[in-house]
Ligand binder design. Sequence first.
Ligand code: BTN
Length: 254
Amino acid sequence: MTAAPNLPPAYSLVALDEVDSTNDEARRLAEAGADDGTLVWAQVQREGRGRRGSAWVSPKGNLYLSLVLRPECAAAEAVQLSFVAALAVADALSGLVPPMSEIRFKWPNDVLLNRQKVAGILIESSTTAPGRLDWLVVGIGVNVAAAPDDVSPPATSLRGEGCRPVTVVEVLEGLSRHFFVWVNRWLDDGFAPVRKAWLRQAGGKGEAITVNLPDESFTGIFADIDGRGALIVELADGARRVVTAGEVFLGGAR
Ligand code: BTN
């Protein structure tokens, strides 16, 4: 029998062999009243989901988890948890990857290892009137053993980047520990320290990026993120555009 993962005591584990999506299971549990800290982990997802309706291919060997949280905050602040999650992923992976590996963030919530996507984050929430959060699910997928081909941005895995053999449980334990630290920092001190740490590891800061919005695409310089997590892009004429949702490509026009 394998030992149960060693998680922060604040988290209660729901471990599943297989599920449609850990985010869907976490949502069902949240709607049924699950406590803050309920952590759904599955070996395989049949219908793993990514952002913008994309599929997240989820074979055995990678990490799929979703954490139910019930923070006392405005619904609009929920997006900040994706930066918290990215920092936790980066901290968890930094002890596992070979020396000289580069872990960077791409707005809003991709984690890149050597310029390829190694983890994705999907935040979903439910609000109560007036604009307060009822529950929030932080879904995180980490490519431990394998990454899909032919995806944009290109993906990689820990194994693909030459990490020492690492188990999914090891990544789960490290990630939940670092998430616990970062989420408490956010709860205690707000978004400022999270923003500062995220910017330190952001890819492409001060460089050209292309932003794809539903109806248009534009290129500018990645200048900053603001105090709510929105992306600030400086245009050729010096004007600044604030983007709250969109897809970013590092580098020039695309
Ligand atoms: C992205 O598009 O980058 C977000 C991917 C999020 C994938 C994770 S895997 C665990 C959780 N369950 C899901 O169905 N999606 C998230």
